[in-house]
Design a binder for this molecule. Structure first.
Ligand code: ACM
Ligand code: ZN
Length: 653
C-alpha cells in the first residue's frame, strides 16, 4: 500500500517536471536558443528551405556547419524550421523529436544550431564480444538523436573476425568463433567453430543493412580492418600470413601478421576490396595500434626485407606496410585512418591519425599537416569505470565519470593555427569486459551524451550541472524506450579524498627512494620528486597521484626533527585484473639518527591478497613512537603474483 502511494507521488512529480518540453531538453545543447511564454502542442513542423535572413545568418560558417545548420521557431503559428539542406532538416527533426520525447507540448522557443566538428563518433568493438545486428541498429537510433554522424565499427581483432569475407572464408568461419563465452575464457582456449564455439560474424547482407540504416540517419559507418597487430585470428585462420621461425617454418603463435609475407598483402588486399564493396565510407580505419613485433625481430623473411630495403627498425617496417595499404586505398578513392602509433615509423602521406594515447598523437599529426580524430583514453574510453569501482561491474582501464568526458575540449593542446585539422572526437567502447547487450548500453549511456555534446556544442556553452540535469532526464527517457543506462542518480562520484589536500607530518619532508623503480611509468617525471608525501590522494584509479611500483617499496622520510608519531599507513589500490596487488608485508622502522632503528609496525595483509575484487585498502596502524627518520618497506609477495603495487600517500600523524 505504502509502495503504491510512493509510486503515485513519483508519477505526479515526474508528470509535473515533464509537463512541457523546451530546448533545455536537447542533447547536444544547441548553439543558441530562447524560451518564451506559451506552448505549442502536436503541430507538424513546416520546413522553409530558402530564406534570405537565414542564409545571411549562416553565411560565415564553415561549409560543413552551413550544411547542418537549422533554425526552429515554435510560436502560436506552430513549428517552423529554416534550413538549406536535407541534413539541416534531419537535425532539426532530431531536436524536435528529442523535445517531444519529453512532452508533446513544446514551449514557445527559438533554436539556432550547427555543429562544432564534422566528425562526431562512437566506436563499437564487436570483436571482443559480438553484438547482433539489431542491437547495432538500436544504438544507431540513439546516435542519430544525438546528432552523432560516425560509427567506427571495430570489426576485427584477435578475439574474433566479425565480417564475412568470401575470398578468405576461414577468417569468419574459424576466426569468428572461440571457446567459452567471455573474453577471459577465450584468452585461454582459442578458436573453435563447432558446438563448443561462441561468437559470430555479420553477413554481407547484414552489414549492408546496417550501412543503409545508418545512412538514412546521416551516419557514416567507418569499418576498421586492424593490422598488423591484434591479428591473432588472421594468423590462426591463414598461417601463411604469420612470421617464420629462424628455421623457416611458420611460428606457432603470433599476435601480429608478418609484414613481409606476400600472403599477408594478398589477403588484406582481397579483404579490403570486399570491405569497400560493402562500406562506401571515405575513411577506412586500418588499426595500427599496439603491434607486438616480437615475431618480426626473429623472422628470417622480415630480416631479409629489412636489410634489402635499409629498414632500421620495426616501426619503419610497420610504416612500410601501412604506406602500401594507404596507396592501395587511395587508388580506390579512400583515405586511411590509423591509431596514433602509425606516426612512429613514418606517417603515410594522406593518413588521418586517431589520437588515443592521450592527445600527443593529435598534436604531432596536426603539426605535420595531417587531419586527426581525437579519442584520448583519459576522456573518451567508455570501457573505463564510470563510477567508484567497488560499486561497478568489473571494467578495464581507468576511471571516467560523466564529468570527465564532458570536461574534454577536443582542441585542447592543439596549436591554434591548426585546430581546423581536428576533424572531431569520438567515444570508444571496447568490450573485453562488456559481454552482453545490456552491459554495452550501460557503459554507453549517459557518457555518449557527453561525447555528443563536446563534439557538437561550442566549448564556451559548457555548463556541467545543467548538462547533468539533461542527462538525467534523457536516461529516464531511454529506459522507458527499453535501453539500459547507468543510473546517474545513484552515482557515488569521485573518491572523496581526491579533493582534499591533507596535511600530515611527512608532507613535503625529504624522501629518499632506497630502491629506485626505474621501469615504472607511474611516478613523477622528475625522479627527485615524490607523490608519496605531497599531501594529495589519488582518485579511484591509478593516475597522476598514485605511484606504481614493480619493485619493493622502500623509502626513508626525514621529518627533520624529533617528532611524536601516532600513526603510519598508506592506501593500496588492489585490482587483480590489472595485476595490481598488495604487499606480502609492510614494516615501519623509526630512528633518531638514521643509524639505530626500531621496528614500530609490521603488518601482513595475508588473506586479503587473495580477494579477487577491486579494493582501496588502507594498510597502517596506530603506533606510539618518537623519532626523526621513518623507514617504510612494503615487500612484494615472492614469487610475485601481481605486476604492481600502487599507493598514493604515506600518511604520518
Ligand atoms: C587502442 O585502444 N588500443 C587503440
Ligand atoms: Zn615476418
Amino acid at each position: 500500500m505504502k509502495k503504491t502511494l510512493l509510486s503515485a507521488a513519483l508519477i505526479a512529480v515526474t508528470a509535473a517536471a515533464f509537463a512541457q518540453s523546451s530546448p533545455r531538453d536537447i542533447i547536444p545543447q544547441p548553439v543558441s536558443y530562447t524560451v518564451s511564454e506559451g506552448v505549442s502542442a502536436g503541430a507538424s513542423p513546416v520546413f522553409i528551405l530558402t530564406d534570405k535572413k537565414f542564409a545571411k545568418k549562416i553565411k560565415d560558417l564553415k561549409p560543413f556547419q552551413r550544411e547542418a545548420a537549422y533554425e526552429i521557431t515554435v510560436n502560436k503559428k506552430g513549428i517552423t524550421v529554416k534550413t538549406q539542406t536535407e541534413l539541416g532538416k534531419f537535425y532539426a527533426q532530431q531536436s524536435i523529436q528529442m523535445m517531444r520525447e519529453v512532452s508533446d507540448t513544446i514551449s514557445f522557443c527559438t533554436v539556432f544550431d550547427y555543429p562544432r566538428f564534422p566528425h562526431r563518433g562512437l566506436h563499437f568493438d564487436v570483436s571482443r564480444h559480438f553484438r547482433p545486428k539489431d542491437f547495432i541498429l538500436k544504438q544507431i537510433d540513439q546516435m542519430a538523436r544525438l546528432k552523432l554522424n560516425s560509427l567506427h565499427f571495430h570489426l576485427v581483432d584477435a578475439a574474433g573476425w566479425r565480417i564475412q569475407i568470401d575470398s578468405y572464408p576461414r577468417l569468419h568461419e574459424l576466426g569468428g568463433f572461440r571457446v567459452g563465452t567471455t573474453y577471459m575464457e577465450w584468452q585461454k582456449f582459442g578458436y573453435k567453430h563447432d558446438e563448443h564455439g561462441s561468437g559470430g560474424y555479420y553477413t554481407k547482407d547484414e552489414l549492408r543493412e546496417i550501412v543503409a540504416y545508418a545512412a538514412e540517419r546521416h551516419i557514416n559507418v567507418m569499418p576498421e580492418i586492424e593490422m598488423p597487430g591484434h591479428s591473432m585470428e588472421v594468423v590462426h585462420a591463414y598461417p601463411e600470413t604469420g612470421c617464420l621461425k629462424p628455421d623457416g617454418t611458420p611460428v606457432d603463435f603470433s599476435y601480429d601478421i608478418c609484414p613481409s609475407s606476400d600472403a599477408t598483402y594478398a589477403l588484406f588486399e582481397a579483404v579490403l576490396e570486399e570491405v569497400m564493396d560493402i562500406f562506401p565510407s571515405k575513411y577506412i580505419h586500418l588499426g595500427g595500434d599496439e603491434a607486438d613485433t616480437s615475431t618480426w625481430e626473429k623472422c628470417p623473411r622480415c630480416n631479409a626485407l629489412m636489410s634489402r630495403e635499409g629498414i632500421e627498425n620495426v616501426h619503419q617496417l610497420q610504416s612500410r606496410m601501412m604506406k602500401h595499404f594507404e596507396k592501395f586505398l587511395a587508388r580506390h578513392g579512400r583515405t586511411v585512418v590509423g591509431w596514433d602509433e602509425i606516426i612512429e615509423g613514418g606517417l603515410p602521406e594522406s593518413a588521418v591519425v586517431m589520437s588515443w594515447r592521450g592527445t600527443a598523437g593529435g598534436q604531432r599529426a596536426t603539426r605535420m599537416g595531417h587531419d586527426v580524430m581525437m579519442s584520448p583514453t583519459d576522456h573518451c574510453y567508455l570501457d573505463f569505470y564510470q563510477d567508484a569501482p567497488a560499486y561497478e561491474p568489473e571494467a578495464i582501464g581507468g576511471y571516467l565519470p560523466l564529468d570527465k568526458v564532458y570536461a574534454y575540449n577536443p582542441t585542447e593542446g592543439i596549436a591554434p593555427e591548426v585546430t581546423d585539422r581536428v576533424l572531431g572526437v569520438q567515444g570508444n567502447l571496447w568490450t573485453e569486459f562488456v559481454p552482453t547487450d545490456r552491459h554495452f548500453e550501460y557503459m554507453l549511456y549517459p557518457r555518449a551524451f557527453a561525447i555528443a555534446e563536446i563534439a557538437w556544442t561550442p566549448d564556451g556553452n559548457k555548463d556541467f550541472p545543467a548538462f547533468r540535469e539533461r542527462a538525467l532526464r534523457r536516461c529516464d527517457i531511454l529506459r522507458r524506450m527499453g535501453y539500459n543506462t547507468f543510473d546517474l542518480r545513484k552515482e557515488y562520484g569521485h573518491r572523496k579524498e581526491y579533493y582534499k589536500p591533507f596535511n600530515h607530518l611527512a608532507v613535503g619532508k625529504p624522501l629518499t627512494f632506497n630502491v629506485v623503480d626505474t621501469t615504472s611509468p607511474y611516478r613523477p617525471k622528475n625522479p627527485a620528486e615524490s607523490w608519496l608525501n605531497d599531501g594529495k590522494f589519488g582518485d579511484w584509479i591509478y593516475g597522476d597521484r598514485w605511484m606504481g611500483f614493480t619493485t619493493d617499496i622502500d623509502v626513508t622520510i626525514d621529518l627533520e626533527k624529533q617528532t611524536d608519531i601516532h600513526y603510519i599507513g598508506a592506501t593500496y589500490f588492489h585490482h587483480p585484473t590489472y595485476s595490481l596487488g598488495l604487499p606480502a608485508k609492510v614494516e615501519v622502522w623509526i630512528s633518531d639518527d638514521g643509524n639505530d632503528w626500531t621496528l614500530v609496525s609490521e603488518i601482513e595483509p595475508e588473506w586479503l591478497r587473495d580477494v579477487s575484487r577491486t579494493m582501496h585498502l588502507q594498510i597502517g596502524e596506530a603506533v606510539s613512537a618518537r623519532g626523526r627518520y621513518i623507514h617504510y618497506i612494503a615487500t612484494r609477495v615472492r614469487p610475485w603474483a601481481y605486476a604492481w603495487m600502487f599507493i598514493d600517500e604515506i600518511v604520518v600523524n
